[in-house]
Design a protein around this ligand. Structure first.
Ligand code: GLU
Length: 470
């Protein structure tokens, strides 16, 4: 690749950063890193009614959590209005844009008439200047009608591009009309601002969702009008949508939640990235790979043409693999945060790290881990069924003897193992008969890793207190 690779992600702050955008952000980021290029974050905030600061903050937090660092930005479109206005004026002067004073009522009537004739509803270009054409009279300034500015789309020809994902695409200019590029309030529309920005920011590659394929012909035409026929167009890669488990498009109503919701649900960012990467891209049969490997491999090829299906079970599996390898001190901090959210205080220390090491193999998320470790920091409530099953009269004397030994023994795994062993020998019992009620009373549950290892991580006082009323 000779020219500098420059990619961008351009979310609209009208909601949270959703999974599809996070995936194209990852592809754009990895592609820039692969080529030693630059990655830009642009906030497309021209939808004034729907854009919010809260959403901007959430987008930034999601990017930070995922670790997708950008080299430039965030650049806000609403801070670039002067630039868009200047381009509009140049285009009007060059004849590639024009003012249109149609009122909404006129446009409705135009579409109504087209429908009645069985035609496609396209703007009829009544305000588009042409040699010898008489334009409608400009409304009196006192009338309050403000013009929009429209792009003078080429009336003939075919717009073609070779999509990095979909392959060659061609759309006839007959299919598209003269798009509004500037609203009456002076705010540009998406298809115009995006082109000015991609041109000004020298974007070389655009990865985005395939809902934008229909916008791309306008964007290419506007690009040529602004940058000139010979200017190098960005290369476009339109990634298919992500389908929900039900095979329908992921939406806010159907399972799509923010990236930050996955953070709260106990997923690790590297697992999220690994899973998102595979959802629409492959490198052979590799399922688990580091971000460095992805950067090494991601050259824009092997992007899937057909929609991928969101698979929560697979994501949980990927997360479990990363959890197993994760540093225990790091997990301790994450679990402490989860517990704090439940009002349970736990210090981030070596003991909590040791608990994470003991339990992480059986967890998919740090929420699962917190579910396990909560027993160390908050009271447990064994179920009546477990108590009646495991706490029989036959075993009570042995439990009392064990409690006495636990009050005296060295408080570590070998010391506790010895106390158990001695009690079993003394009462001629097999391990499960003693271990099960011990688990129920101390841990509030019947299944745990090796009981001596589990007990050793409690403080002695807690264990003795839970064995008080046998
Ligand atoms: N603001 C657009 C969106 O969020 C950006 C599309 C693009 O990348 O061009 O869908």
């Amino acid at each position: 690749m000779t020219a500098t690779v420059r990619t961008r992600i351009a979310p609209s702050p009208t909601g949270f950063l959703h999974l599809g955008t996070a995936r194209t952000a990852l592809y754009s980021w990895a592609f820039a890193r692969h080529h030693g290029g630059r990655f830009v974050l642009r906030i497309e905030d021209t939808d004034l009614a729907r854009s919010t600061q809260e959403s901007v903050d959430q987008i930034l937090a999601s990017m930070r959590w995922l670790g997708l660092d950008f080299d430039e930005g965030p650049i806000y479109q609403m801070q670039r209005l002067d630039r868009y206005h200047a381009v509009v004026e140049q285009m009007i002067a060059a004849g590639t844009a024009y003012r249109c004073w149609c009122t909404p009522d006129e446009l409705d009537a135009m579409r109504e008439a087209q429908r009645a004739r069985g035609e496609k509803t396209l703007y009829d270009r009544r305000w588009r200047p042409a040699p010898g054409k008489v334009l409608p009279p400009v409304p009196d300034p006192g009338s309050g009608v403000q013009p929009v500015v429209r792009f003078a789309n080429p009336t003939d020809g075919i717009v073609r591009w070779d999509d990095l994902v979909k392959g060659p695409i061609a759309i006839s200019n007959h299919e598209i009309d003269d798009l509004i590029i500037l609203r009456p309030d002076g705010v540009p529309t998406y298809n115009f601002a995006v082109v000015v920005d991609d041109w000004d920011m020298a974007i070389s590659h655009v990865f985005r969702g395939d809902e934008h394929i229909n916008n791309t012909p306008w964007q290419i035409n506007i690009f040529r009008a602004i940058a000139g026929e010979g200017a190098p167009l960005p290369q476009f890669g339109h990634c298919p949508i992500i389908l929900g488990e039900d095979g329908l498009k992921l939406s806010k109503r159907r399972g799509a939640v923010s990236i930050t919701a996955y953070e709260e649900a106990g997923y690790l960012p590297e697992a999220m990235l690994n899973y998102l990467a595979r959802l629409g891209w492959s490198h052979g049969d590799e399922e688990l790979f580091s971000l460095q490997q992805m950067v090494q491999w991601f050259d824009g090829s092997h992007l899937a043409k057909s929609p991928a299906q969101w698979d929560p079970a697979k994501l949980a599996w990927v997360n479990a693999q990363y959890l197993k390898q994760a540093d225990d001190q790091r997990l301790a901090a994450l679990v402490a945060a989860q517990l704090a959210g439940r009002g349970v205080g736990a210090a981030v220390d070596d003991r909590l790290a040791a608990m994470c090491a003991l339990f992480k193999d059986r967890c998919n998320t740090t929420v699962d881990l917190a579910d396990w470790l909560q027993m160390y920091f908050a009271p447990v409530s064994p179920s009546a069924a477990d108590l009646s099953t495991h706490l029989s009269d036959a075993v009570r004397p042995a439990l009392v003897a064990l409690r006495d030994r636990l009050a005296e023994c060295p408080w570590d795994r070998p010391g506790i193992a010895q106390a158990l062993k001695d009690t079993l020998a003394e009462h001629r019992l097999k391990m499960p008969l003693l271990a099960m009620p011990l688990r129920v009373l101390v841990c509030g549950r019947v299944q745990t890793p090796a009981v001596d290892a589990v007990i050793a991580l409690f403080d002695r006082g807690t264990v003795l207190a839970r064995l008080q009323h046998i």
